[in-house]
Design a protein around this ligand. Structure first.
Ligand code: COA
Length: 535
């Protein structure tokens, strides 16, 4: 493959200015991430440690194979919500390697409101299970939770993808041969009791783990019986009397080592074949992404410059390089894995959509995963384009993206607006993983366009009764919409609500995508079958 020839002058004023602005974005990102991870001085953390318990992330570190990374998802879930009382939404989820097998780990953080579940906690838990199902990854549940956060019950209990979905997913996964292992390291109350009870194999920690449908206060209220938590559902009871749990652990470390032994007995399934090559670092330094990444979305960025700093050797086999230049398509390798890349290089036209759809057909017929690099304002508008059938051609791309059965991975590197989001494998198109860069923005359209549309609608309304919209009202409406879109369009707003799987430093993009591809090999990919392409 040819090496991309960068046109960027790293000494130029514009590069340096972008880099400086990006440092600011990174600083904010690192500060916010640290604020949810480094909480050692908090009362609940001190209390947790005094009980001889490890923190959720420490437990994960001990569970995964040494010197292998853990890809944590949605670290900033629930960020800036509930007065920041739920760091990481009170649950740590991610992908780690246990005894050589890519696995999903779901660990309650008991230092956050007793590990109880708010809406975002549920979404993280269910999302992690979805990734497990789609990629056939064994699941480990480290349970340490008071169950539902009771004041928020209407958001956590009744709906299709609420608390009950955990157990449904566990049953379906178990039936599909996806191992379900629970380690009870703390409370497991009410509905929560079903996490270990629905698992294939369960470990429980002495004098820490408890499993019961109703805790001591509820039992007393209901029947008058006085009983301690340990007598009601401690490790001794469940491993020697009830049989609800299978393994008795002396402490957290022991429990984790039992879990690793269980993994020795889990079958290594045949993987999806993907012809990889030796890893080559990018020729152009990935740190240069800071000087190039679109901080100002109004400025055009040549997507090849981004690709050159993500792929192996900065080598790229471009497809249709001379045609429809607002989308860049081509093949490359990421950490040795072959990938097809689709990256925006401007607004989407009819021919752009056709080029994208054609390239997706190549990837699905060659069984190559697709990486979408989103920086898209949307599809072109106007009389000329509607008459040429932009809606029909755009639909072809959306159709190809929706039906492509090779793993898709999406990184929002700039803007993600309107139908462009759909055509570029936004969340609704089930990419296996979707990440945002700290500069990324996502909304139905840009704030400027949204305010212009609303002002025009208002003006037209008033015109019907012969009135005009005063400039003061125009300015006020414009400002309120711009502020709203600025706030709701930010990567932090998105990640707090799990519209993505997390915000990543651009430099980590290679590593994160490679982990995603490695995980996607655990299950054989289905054949792709397209429906009717409207011609
Ligand atoms: N809903 C809402 N808040 C809860 C809660 C619940 N189910 N369980 C605990 N909390 C809150 C506590 O009010 C406390 O909040 P604060 O920090 O603002 O004071 C915080 O979580 C920690 O609880 P605490 O009891 O001090 O911690 P702990 O580690 O000693 O015990 C539990 C944790 C979960 C074992 C214990 O609080 C408990 O048994 N909770 C009730 C569980 C229950 O019955 N759930 C039913 C779910 S359907």
């Amino acid at each position: 493959m040819y090496r991309i020839k960068s046109q960027i002058d790293v000494k130029s004023e514009s590069f340096q200015a972008n880099k400086k602005a990006y440092q600011q974005l990174l600083e904010t990102f690192r500060e916010r991430t640290a604020s949810v991870i480094e909480r050692g001085k908090e009362k609940s953390v001190i209390k947790h440690k005094k009980r001889g318990k490890l923190l959720a992330r420490e437990r994960i570190d001990l569970l995964v194979d040494q010197n292998t990374p853990f890809l944590e998802l949605s670290t900033l879930g629930a960020y800036d919500k509930y007065e920041n009382q739920f760091p990481s939404a009170g649950i740590i989820t991610g992908i780690g390697v246990i005894q050589g097998k890519e696995s999903i780990i779901i660990a309650n953080d008991a230092t956050v409101k007793g590990g109880t579940y708010i809406k975002e906690t549920i979404r993280k838990h269910v999302r992690a299970q979805e990734i497990a199902m789609e990629n056939h990854l064994p699941c480990v549940y480290m349970v340490d939770s008071g169950g539902a956060f009771l004041p928020d019950q209407s958001h956590v209990f009744p709906d299709r993808f609420d608390f009950g979905r955990f157990f449904y997913n566990q049953a379906r996964m178990s039936a599909a041969g996806i191992p379900q292992i629970a380690i009870v390291m703390g409370s497991c109350t009410a509905g929560g009791a079903y996490v270990p009870a629905m698992s294939d194999e369960t470990i429980i920690v002495k004098e820490q783990g408890t499993i019961f449908i109703g805790g001591p206060p509820l039992v007393k209220a209901a029947t008058g019986e006085e009983v301690t938590a340990e007598e009601l559902g401690g490790a001794d009871v469940h491993t020697s009397i009830s049989g609800v749990a299978d393994h008795f652990a002396e402490d957290d470390r022991h429990a984790l080592s039992i879990c690793r032994h269980i993994f020795e007995t889990i079958e290594k399934k045949e993987k999806q074949k993907l012809d990889s090559v030796p890893v080559e670092e990018p020729f152009y330094d990935p740190k240069e992404l800071y000087g190039i990444a679109p901080v100002d979305l109004k400025k055009a960025v040549d997507a090849r410059e981004i690709i050159a700093r993500i792929v192996d050797g900065s080598r790229f086999q471009e497809f249709k390089a001379r045609y429809a230049p607002t989308i860049i398509t081509g093949f490359a390798h990421i950490m040795g894995f072959p990938v097809g890349i689709i990256a925006n290089n401007g607004v989407l036209f009819s021919e752009t959509a056709l080029k994208g759809a054609h390239f997706i057909e190549l990837c699905t017929s060659r069984k190559i995963p697709i990486i979408f690099l989103q920086n898209i304002t949307g599809f072109i508008v106007g009389k000329e384009y509607e008459r040429k059938g932009i809606a029909r051609d755009g639909a072809k791309l959306v159709h190809a993206v929706a039906n492509a059965n090779v793993p898709k991975f999406t990184v929002v590197i700039g803007g993600s607006f309107g139908a462009g989001n759909y055509a570029m494998a936004g969340r609704a198109y089930d990419p296996r993983l979707l990440f945002m860069w700290p500069n990324a923005k996502i909304s139905v359209m840009g704030g400027e366009q949204a305010s212009d549309v609303l002002i025009q609608v208002k003006k037209d309304q008033l015109a019907l009764s012969g009135k005009e919209m005063p400039q003061k009202d125009i300015d006020q409406l414009k400002k309120s919409i711009l502020d709203k879109y600025e706030h709701e369009g930010s990567a932090y707003y998105s990640t707090a609500r799990m519209w993505d799987d997390g915000i990543i430093d651009p430099v980590d993009t290679r590593k994160v995508l490679a982990m995603g591809i490695a995980m996607s090999l655990s299950k054989k990919w289905e054949e792709t079958k397209y429906g009717i392409f409207r011609m």
